[in-house]
Design a protein around this ligand. Structure first.
Ligand SMILES: Nc1ncnc2c1ncn2[C@@H]1O[C@H](COP(=O)(O)OP(=O)(O)O)[C@@H](O)[C@H]1O
Ligand SMILES: [Mg+2]
Ligand SMILES: [Zn+2]
Length: 570
């Protein structure tokens, strides 16, 4: 019978539990010295070894020949517990047995001595789900437990436990497992399964799994379904299998302010038995990805997606300012927190999406205040460390005012793209070659060459151009590619406008260099390394009309920016 990898490779001794020495060493020492407690609390995110350690512990206390604090795995007690023939170890899932009746059953049963082993061990998973009455009943037993009873409470959300319960338990915190340990375990399991996995591939899986060994093993399971020689490509393809189109579509509905579409999606997913709280969490994660794309230098490092998905995510990120993304996340987070507290998960999610997609609510005070608060908080706490490095840049981006409402792939129409390209080439071409005589007149010509329609859009590009503060850093970075190119750009300035990076130079040399694709690529790469974004390059021109900022939020951001964002919280 086929057994999924993570079940098959559940560690049977503490030595095989990786990345949790703070737990395994202490438990082993307690077992060796016989200092057994009656109530343990295992906390930490999912897939990190809580249930695994609880099971090892339950066996170890009942083992007839424990070895160095570990169960022997051979005696009748170890075998009986493993096979389920000995009923002295009871696992209960509090998520589906949350009532007082369920706890009463356990307490009644706990009055009987263990049949075979030394201890009756109750492992209560997701214990935070218990009702208040159930907690109170459990508390009474925890206060005066029979000497042969051990409770192991496990939870991913320790903050939801009453302090009275916390104070009765010896607490162990399980950490997210570091990629190095996850990768090592994957290598081990793969070789035991007569398969191979490259180092890159196991590290990639570790990154996707985000600290959860269970997830890592599940992904590897999927890869093994395809090939027994796993490479990075296998992982990408397998991770792509889990591609979540609906998240992109839901996000697009929010970006497009299409309430009807958003709600009909929810309806559809609800009818497909999609869990609404999970959906909310996934959507939150999706926007977090957009935030990372927007605010970090090499987003690909943090964001694990197929190339196609990444491109799509980047396009979505282009349509939102950082502040908007934070606002969206805030609303989703609030909805998520309200779920499961007697409110309907579906209604909470619907309300959140209506808030996010209804254009008429966008400018309300509430929305505005929330946007500001979220941004301030983020800036002050340095929540996203990578943002600090590119703060100026992202805030500059955040105030870029013109954003199209419909996510077409390119923020500017192809006509405009062409126009700018053409102008750039024309302008560059207007630069005389060193052997040619200077003719400043030619320089004016290209602009007049624009057609009426595209020149007005082009004007928008210039109008929205903001000083690009990372330019000196970019120029510094160009040095790695070519000192000569870097020196050509040393006295230049740059402006950013949407996807365009516009260069302002007195000399014609920079433009001449940019006309050659090899040099242009070097400059582009140098920019991408600093900003994480690929920009189209073009010459800067002073806009003819000046536009006044109208959005008070944007004014506020630019004030923040000018004051070096030093606002103290509360
Ligand atoms: N620290 C770990 N070391 C080795 N394998 C682990 C570890 N944590 C989890 N696993 C793997 O993941 C699976 C699920 O882990 P489990 O202990 O049930 O996680 P949870 O913390 O959610 O209770 C286990 O069967 C095991 O294969
Ligand atoms: Mg568990
Ligand atoms: Zn044993």
């Amino acid at each position: 019978m086929y057994q999924v990898l993570y079940r098959k490779w559940r560690p049977h001794i503490f030595g095989d539990v990786v990345g949790q020495p703070q737990v395994t060493t202490t438990l082993k020492n307690e077992l060796k010295s016989g200092r057994i407690n009656h109530a343990y609390l295992f906390t930490g995110s999912r897939g990190t070894g809580k249930t695994t350690c609880a099971k090892i512990f339950a066996k170890a206390v009942n083992c007839l020949n424990p070895i160095d604090g570990n169960p022997c795995g051979e005696c009748e007690n170890c075998k009986g517990i493993e096979s389920g023939n000995i009923l002295d170890v009871v696992e209960m899932d509090a998520a589906s047995n949350r009532g007082i009746g369920d706890i009463k059953d356990i307490i009644d049963e706990a009055q009987f001595r263990p049949a075979k082993g030394k201890y009756r061990v109750y492992i209560i998973d997701e214990v935070h789900m218990l009702t208040t009455e159930a907690f109170n009943a459990l508390l009474k037993t925890l206060e005066e437990p029979p000497e042969y009873v051990i409770f192991i409470l496990a939870t991913t959300e320790v903050h939801k436990l009453p302090s009275t319960i916390l104070s009765r338990c010896q607490r162990f915190d399980f950490h997210r497992i570091s990629p190095k340990f996850i990768s090592g375990r994957l290598q081990y399991v793969a070789s035991e399964e007569n398969a191979s996995i490259t180092e890159d591939a196991s590290m990639l899986i570790a990154a996707i799994a985000d600290g959860a060994m269970r997830d890592a093993l599940s992904i590897m399971d999927r890869c093994l379904g395809v090939t027994s020689n796993i490479t990075v490509d296998t992982v990408r393809a397998a991770a792509g299998l889990a591609q979540k189109d609906y998240l992109f579509e839901l996000a697009a509905a929010c970006i497009n302010k299409n309430t009807e579409k958003a709600l009909s999606f929810i309806n559809q997913l609800y009818n497909d038995s999609k869990d609404m709280a999970r959906l909310c969490d996934e959507l939150l994660d999706h926007f977090r990805t957009l935030m990372l794309i927007k605010s970090t230098r090499n987003p690909q490092q943090f964001v694990v997606m197929s190339a196609d998905e990444f491109e799509e995510a980047q396009t979505q990120a282009d349509y939102l300012t950082l502040a908007e993304i934070v606002y969206i996340m805030d609303i989703l987070q609030t909805a998520y927190q309200r779920m499961g507290k007697g409110n309907s998960d579906r209604v909470e999610l619907e309300m959140a999406l209506v808030k996010l997609s209804a254009p008429e609510l966008e400018g309300t005070n509430e929305a505005l205040i929330s946007r500001v608060a979220a941004l301030e908080k983020m800036v002050n706490t340095g929540k996203i460390t990578a943002v600090a490095e590119t703060q100026q840049q992202t805030i500059t981006q955040a105030v870029e005012s013109e954003k199209p409402k419909v996510p077409v792939k390119e923020p500017l129409s192809p006509a405009v793209t062409e126009a700018v390209k053409e102008e750039m080439n024309a302008e560059a071409e207007a630069v005389p070659l060193p052997t040619e005589p200077e003719s400043p007149k030619v320089k004016e010509a290209p602009v007049q060459k624009q057609t009426e329609a595209s020149s007005s859009s082009l004007e928008d590009v210039y109008l929205n151009a903001k000083p690009f503060r990372q330019w000196p850093e970019v120029v510094e970075n160009i040095k790695h590619y070519s000192k000569a190119i870097a020196s050509a750009f040393s006295d230049t300035e740059a402006y950013v406008s949407g996807n365009y990076l516009l260069i302002n130079a007195d000399s014609e040399i920079p433009f001449k260099l940019l006309r050659e694709s090899a040099q242009r690529d070097k400059v582009r790469t140098a920019i991408q390394e600093v900003t994480g974004k690929i920009y189209k390059l073009g010459p800067y021109k002073k806009p003819e009309k000046q536009q006044k900022k109208t959005d008070p939020f944007e004014e506020l951001i630019s004030n923040l920016k000018e004051n070096n964002v030093n606002i103290t919280e509360e």
